[in-house]
Write a protein that binds this ligand. Sequence first.
Ligand SMILES: [Zn+2]
Length: 368
Amino acid sequence: MKPAFLILAVLCGISSGAGLSAQSLEERKAAVQELLLKDYDPTSIFRISRTEVPRAKFPVIDMHSHDYAADSAEIAAWVRTLDSCNIRYSSVMHCEWIGAPFEEFVCKYRPYGDRFLFWCCFDYTGFGESGWAEHAVRELERCHALGARGVGEMVDKGLGDTYARPVPGSGIHLDDPRLRPLIERCGDLDMPISIHIAEPIWMYEPMDRHNDGLMNGANWAVDTSIEGCRDYEELMAAFERALEAYPGTTFIACHYLNMNQDLERLGRLLDGHPNLYVDIAGRIGESAVIPRATRRFLIKYADRVLFGTDNGMAPDMYRMVFRILETDDEHIYNPDYGYHWSYAGFHLPDDVLRKIYHDNAARLFHLD
Ligand SMILES: [Zn+2]
């Protein structure tokens, strides 16, 4: 943030609202000098529309959520929230255990089995040893028979450090040829692979005063100094190789493929790879800051975008996402997203909302 803007913002903030401040001009200027960027927490001065969106306008399938509920009481409360928000199904991505505990996970949600979509992960036990692929494919087939509809969330932020448990993948990138039997089997079984590639691009750039995401850097960062860590471009190149190598397998790139900074490039990838979808989970902070460019992208690629949240079970969390997608509200501050910028809604047309909220996911999973 430019110092001049900070001074302006602080002065405006003080002089609006409760009337004139007792601070002298010198005190105000001194306050600006002492304020740390991380403490900046502005309140909007604008008297403009603030739309409440308690329920999504159309039924929703959340394609990116996790096993957040600790017990049956929390699952029951979550289902009440889903009902009140007009969410028909929520995914539960479960990468914590494979083998017998996958059955426990499914059992936990079974009383509400028609509201949750189960995801499993690959079993990396003995990865690289002979017989591993056969074992892992059998494990995948077993989870599929138990109700797993997809594989994910896989992840590669640079180190090939997937989220799987109890044996986490490490140094395993999607273009590793040893994964071929599993990725091809996903295609045979009609199981999409949800994968989180890289992170927002500012996390791979120097953390200095020019870094656009710096304000979020205390909470989110990639340790690019670790030996063997792939950089942003290497990760994207490897992902594109996988899209080409497995045309029969559907990939869902989480979080707009972490490519919010260049939506035309993301569009070219979608144009070139019919097996690619993207979800919008967890990236309101990176998309609603460029609402017009994002709106154009979402309209153009409405058939390839999936709704997702990835952010807990709270009703207000869902409602914030609905507000961004449905309304034309602007200058929305949300400190939860961590950045220094404000957001605006996309005001998407109904036909686009229906596809992103529901129809694309229903088609992938043969629902309703
Ligand atoms: Zn996630």
